[in-house]
Structures are given as C-alpha cells and as structure tokens.
Unconditional design. Structure first.
Length: 432
C-alpha cells in the first residue's frame, strides 16, 4: 500500500474498519483449538471431562505439561476453552481485538497447555479488576494486564492443592492468594516497563516474576514447601505438526484474501524494531499481521524441529506465544537473532538443547526481539546468549510460580543490555 492509500485507510478507521474481520478470524482460530482437542479425545466427553479434572487438580508450578498428565486432546480443549474465555472477556468489555489483545489470547492459549486452567486464572483476573475499581477506572483499561497476569495462576493452584491446607479452606486460600497477586501486579507492571523501556516484550512476565519471588520468599520464610513435581512429554512431531502447519497456513491465506495490500504492508512491518508498544494490526492492517503471525508460526516450528525439541504442551505453547506476539512486536528479522543466540549458548554450555529449559528458552527468547530490531542482529544474538544463562537460574527465585519465567529473565537481560548499548551508540556518535 502506498503512503497516500494507507493514510486514507487510517482516516477511514484503521483497525476499527477491520474489526469484524479480526473478531471472526480470532474466533475461528480459537474454535480450531477446541475442535482439534475434541478430535484427539475421540469426541468422547468422558475423556475430556476426566482430563480436565486432572488438569484442574494438579499444582501448576513450572514445568507441568498437561499433554503428559491428561493427554493431547484434553490439553487442547483446555487451551481452547481459556482462549475462548479471553476472547469473550475482551468482547464483553468492549476492548478492540488489536495487537496486544491477539498476543494475550494466544499466550493464554499457549500456557493453557502447561499451567493455566479454568480454576486458577480467574482469581488473578478478578484481583486486577479489584485494583482497577479502587483506581476508579473501567476494567477494560487493565484487561490486557489481567489476561497476561494469569502468569501467576500457579499461586492459586499451589495454595489450593499443593501446600497441604485442609479442605475446604484450601480453595479459599487459593482464591485469596490469587486475588492478592492480581491486585498488586498492575502497579508492579508499570514500574517494570520503566526498567526495561519496552525492550522486553513479556513485560507482565517480568513483573509477575517479582510478585512470584515475594510469594515464594514468604513461603520459604515459614518453611512451607511447594508441591514440586515435573511433567514433560517426550513426543515426536507426527501427531501435532500437521495441525500446526494447517493452522499457520490458514493465517497466511486469510491475510492475503482479506487484504490486497498485505504483502507491501508486511514489508513495512519488517522494518519496525518491535519495541513496546508495537500494535501491528493498528499500524499495518490485519492482512500483514496475519501474514506475519503465520510466518512466525512456521519459523518457530522449523527451529523446534532443527533443535530436536519435544512436541508437547510447553513447546507448542511456546510456538503459540511466538505467534501471538507476532501481532505485537515480533517478526522474523528481529526474533531470529536472539533465538539463534540461545541455540549457540546451548551448544557452548552444559545446558544443551535437550534440556526442557533450553527448549523453552529457544522459543520464548524472542521476547528480546526489540533489542535486535533497534540495535542490530549482533546485539540480538548476544541477548539470546545471555538469556539462556539467566533463564536456567532465575526460576529458583520465584520457585516456578511465574509461568513466564522467560519474561522474568528477558527483563533482566533488557535492563542490563539496553543502557550499555545506548552508551556504546552514544560514544560512536561522538567519535571523530
């Protein structure tokens, strides 16, 4: 699209003019997750119900793979249900489904394969709602924080099912703990953004890391042990990869069909740094955004294949998160450098790519895509190197209570690197 036509489209409503297309497309992608889940469950409601019961009752500190615990079908039904709830909540509150909303929906879906379920997310959401009410603001102002804030869902499950509180007080304890976590998350998230300056896309994950660390520290102070546990399915790609390929290809097809200017707009999108806030549907239209999302889905899948990743809930959840944030800051040119940096760091250190933490770091390291977009691929590659070394260690601080462990690590990397990169850039600028 040339500049004149783009200005005309923006004047005519921009993303508002594409609202029906975005809503329909997003709903179709959410329902596809449900359909796949029911198909893999043999369309047997008993299998789905029993699987969901297992998912709800399990403590959900990292890493708790729902595919390993309940099976591929129920895990995807859980993902579809929570993504549908996120979509519905956005619609009910009148929030336009733009870049941040798409990122939130797909992130909720991805982490509903390993940590979020219909019980443990709502206390966090309501906690954010209460904070918004105290501020005397409409809930829609903080709904994106609420959806991303479900990173702290393990706190609810841990208090309810993991630390030995007697019934029925365990459920009350889980709800109260979740309300408190959600309430305090919003102001912490605002401060976290000041620290990372928008170069860590998982800003709520960074903020959630601090809330999780305080919670974990309090539990340790009173010698309250977490439930522990670890679940990680070592599946091959055959069962899931054909669905993912069709899923991502449909994004590309819809983007091309719905917007004749999708390709030229995509070229403009690829020139962005991705620094927060980069709302791609609003800036470049839904066509280019869907193209980018589909391309990033294939990119993440190919890297996972090349790295020999296990095709389970956490890995597929990482790919879905990568896709969601491709509406909100990521594209192939800025995401690949940190991801390749993680692969290099894994090969140079004892961690290796066979470690679950390394496989997740590979996919989630694109949280640092804005560093590559703003400072160049070498800086992005170095960010990926640092990210892997941190991500294997910072989880001890919050004990797995922050599902977005890579967001916590990414915030530290951005907070360290960006001031140094600015200093180097400034010195070069003044060199004779």
């Amino acid at each position: 699209m040339d500049a004149a036509r783009f200005r005309i489209r923006r004047a005519a409503g921009g993303i508002d003019a594409d609202a029906k297309i975005i809503n329909r497309a997003t709903l179709s992608f959410v329902l596809a997750l449900l359909g796949f889940g029911f198909w893999k469950s043999g369309f047997d409601p008993t299998v789905v119900w029993r699987g969901l019961l297992v998912i709800v009752r399990e403590p959900d500190i990292l890493i708790n793979d729902y595919v390993a615990l309940a099976g591929l079908g129920p895990a995807f039904v859980n993902a579809g249900l929570l993504a549908l709830a996120a979509w519905g909540l956005l619609r009910v509150t009148g929030v336009l489904i733009s870049g941040p909303a798409l990122a939130a929906i797909f992130t909720v879906a991805g982490f509903s394969l390993f940590g979020k379920n219909p019980f443990n997310v709502w206390p966090i959401v309501v906690g954010v709602m209460i904070f918004t009410w105290v501020e005397r603001r409409p809930f829609k102002d903080n709904i994106i924080v609420a959806l991303f804030g479900t990173a702290l869902a393990p706190i609810v499950s841990e208090f309810a099912f993991g630390i030995g509180i007697a019934s029925p007080w365990n459920l009350l304890a889980g709800v109260v703990a979740g309300l408190a976590a959600g309430f305090f998350l919003t102001p912490v998230a605002r401060g976290a953004l000041d620290f990372t300056r928008g170069y860590n896309l998982y800003n709520i994950g960074f903020a959630a890391g601090f809330v999780g660390t305080v919670t974990m520290s309090a539990l340790r102070a009173f010698n309250v042990p977490l439930s522990g546990g670890f679940a990680w399915a070592e599946n091959g790609p055959d069962e899931i990869l054909p669905f993912l390929a069709l899923y991502f290809a449909s994004m590309i097809v819809i983007g091309l069909v719905e917007d004749e200017d999708a390709l030229p707009n995509l070229l403009d999108l690829l020139r962005t740094s991705g620094r927060l806030v980069s709302d791609y549907p609003r800036s470049f239209g839904i066509g280019a955004t869907l193209l980018n999302m589909g391309l990033m889905g294939f990119t993440g899948s190919l890297l996972a294949l090349a790295a020999g990743c296990d095709w389970n809930g956490p890995v597929v959840g990482g790919i879905f998160t990568l896709v969601g944030f491709s509406a909100f800051g990521k594209h192939p040119l800025n995401a690949l450098p940190p991801m390749l940096g993680v692969m290099a760091a894994a090969s140079l250190t004892p961690y290796g790519l066979e470690a679950p933490g390394s496989q997740l770091a590979l996919l989630f390291s694109a949280t640092l895509a804005p560093i590559a977009g703003a400072y160049g691929p070498v800086a992005g590659f170095i960010a990926g190197l640092l990210h892997l070394t941190l991500v294997h260690n910072v989880g001890h601080l919050h004990g797995g209570l922050d599902l977005y462990n890579n967001g916590f690590s990414g915030g530290m990397v951005a907070g360290i690197m960006v001031p140094m990169l600015d200093w180097i850039r400034e010195r070069r600028r003044h060199e004779p």
